[in-house]
Design a protein around this ligand. Structure first.
Ligand code: NAP
Length: 264
């Protein structure tokens, strides 16, 4: 058993829980953060028993500054750290002016402030360990999300931050990855009132992938030294098209989109 440690935010469900499982399988001890204490305790008990690892929990809301600072202090004071996954996140639907500022502020705090501050706090240990930094962005980081006003922009920030930090510390051995999933089967969309049974497609251009598939792809991409991980032929093709076709085509297509995330 190694003494490696991974810190994962938003580990309660979905992609974060899949990362907890994946790092546990690889023999890492875990520090898991999230708000839902009961679910996190159940996950911690199972992983401890199944993989014979140590799991610590830190319960808190990353949009509450006291809770974020407590986690930042914990990460800063760790004697060693081998991996950080900034995964906690969600979407608030509505155009910029439709949503109360307090809701925008909370999203900015979780996606931008927490990701940046936790990355900053973890860097000295991660560099010493030649460790792993995974920040969870989205395919939406390349696409204007007019009716989920801050989702695309904050995910673009997360991707750009990860590219910048990853390149800046690559020579020192840091392995940084911006995870950019498309539709992934988690609690994300049911939290937004969507029915998972009808929302997630099993095939076609908007087919959804499982959190386990997304996470395993990200480890393959990390091993290849990639900075960005996109799971699935469909989202790889989408990202390629968005990045290479004229922006005017994208804007015209979004104007006709039926997705509430992009247009009203
Ligand atoms: N599912 C998709 O289609 C998709 C696509 C692209 C990107 N993503 C990104 O993937 C990440 C994980 O989402 P998911 O799909 O796995 O959805 P999920 O199952 O809803 O997981 C979101 C996680 O974030 C945590 N979280 C949310 N708000 C928080 C807050 N204020 N403070 C602390 N923790 C918070 C939640 O934990 P608690 O509820 O316990 O706090 C939960 O563990 C997010 O960053 C999301 O933007 C998802």
């Amino acid at each position: 058993m190694s003494d490696r440690l991974a810190v994962i935010t938003g580990a309660t469900s979905g992609i974060g829980a899949a990362y907890a499982e994946a790092f546990a399988q690889r023999g890492y001890h875990l520090l898991l953060a999230g708000r839902r204490e009961k679910e996190l305790c159940q996950l911690a008990d199972r992983l401890t028993e199944q993989y014979a690892i140590k799991v610590q929990l830190q319960i808190g809301d990353l949009s509450v500054h006291h809770d974020l600072h407590t986690l930042v202090d914990t990460v800063t004071l760790l004697p060693a750290l081998d991996a950080l996954v900034n995964n906690a996140g969600y979407a608030v639907d509505g155009r910029l002016g439709d949503v109360d500022w307090s809701d925008h502020q909370a999203l900015l705090d979780v996606h931008v402030l927490a990701t940046t501050q936790l990355t900053h706090a973890a860097l000295p240990n991660l560099i010493r360990a030649k460790g792993i930094l995974i920040n969870v962005a989205s395919v939406a980081s390349w696409i204007p999300t007019g009716n989920s006003a801050l989702y695309g922009p904050t995910k673009a920030y997360v991707r750009s931050l990860t590219e910048s930090v990853g390149l800046a510390y690559r020579a020192e051995g840091l392995k940084a990855l911006a995870l950019c999933p498309g539709f992934t089967i988690t609690d994300f969309h049911s939290r937004m009132g969507l029915n998972p049974d009808t929302f997630y497609q099993k095939k076609g251009f908007v087919r959804a992938w499982t959190a386990g598939q997304v996470v395993e792809q990200s480890f393959k991409d990390l091993n290849k030294g990639r900075l960005i991980s996109v799971m699935g032929w469909n989202y790889k093709m989408l990202v390629f098209l968005v990045r290479h076709l004229p922006m005017s085509w994208l804007f015209a297509a979004l104007g006709r989109s039926k997705s509430a995330r992009f247009t009203k």
